[in-house]
Ligand binder design. Structure first.
Ligand code: HEM
Length: 183
């Protein structure tokens, strides 16, 4: 998995749990990479799971799905800064979300043949109701829901996720988004 996900996740975790907690978790994991991630590297996905497991072991009050959702929401804001050119062509959230599969993740695959981004597809039901499906070989549906919610917020919050269903142990997910009618 691309190093950017690791560097962003450890930054997020430092903000959420503190630098000491993250360093402790990295130390306890005995990672093959040594835990010195760079954004341009590529690392086994299992290391991300190991770090999360170690962090949560020290914070039994924190729910794993909630932590992954929060990471996704936070990551959308980071992507907006780091990859502004992927946001700039879109004046609304549905247009942006519709560009993930055909443009954003396609560019990621082209630039980094070792990357395997998930399939994220948008479908219009009515002008005010769309659904989004996520399919991956990794169980990161909660990150996808958070990323979607963060993207909706980044475009002004006219849209809300009104339902979501995760299946295949987190490897597949469908969510519904509806637009709050302007009054
Ligand atoms: C500018 C916006 C975005 C960029 C630059 C981007 C880029 C990436 C990159 C580089 C990866 C790592 C893939 C790998 O190493 O195999 C990734 C994974 C991922 N992306 Fe995107 N992405 C963006 C937007 C989104 C959005 C809006 C969603 C919402 C559903 C999304 C869902 C995911 C998820 C859930 C993963 C984790 C890996 C997995 O589930 O298999 N991405 N993305």
């Amino acid at each position: 998995m691309r190093g950017i996900i690791f560097t962003e996740f450890t930054t997020f975790a430092e903000e959420a749990f503190g630098m000491v907690a993250v360093q402790d978790a990295l130390d306890r994991c005995d990672l093959a990479s040594g835990g010195g991630y760079t954004a341009v590297g590529n690392y086994p996905y299992a290391e991300l799971e190991a770090i999360l497991t170690a962090l949560l072991a020290a914070h039994p009050d924190v729910d794993a799905e909630k932590a992954l959702y929060d990471f996704g929401f936070w990551l959308a804001g980071r992507f907006k800064t780091l990859y502004a050119s992927f946001f700039a062509p879109h004046d609304n959230a549905m247009s942006f979300l519709d560009s993930i599969d055909g443009h954003i993740h396609t560019e990621v695959r082209k630039l980094h043949p070792d990357a395997v981004p998930p399939q994220v597809l948008l479908a219009r039901e009515t002008d005010d109701r769309y659904h989004l499906t996520y399919q991956s070989h990794r169980p990161l549906a909660a990150v996808a829901i958070g990323l979607t919610a963060g993207s909706l917020a980044a475009f002004g919050g006219d849209w809300t996720i009104t339902a979501s269903e995760t299946t295949e142990g987190g490897r597949a997910m469908t969510l519904i988004m509806t637009r709050d009618k302007a009054t």
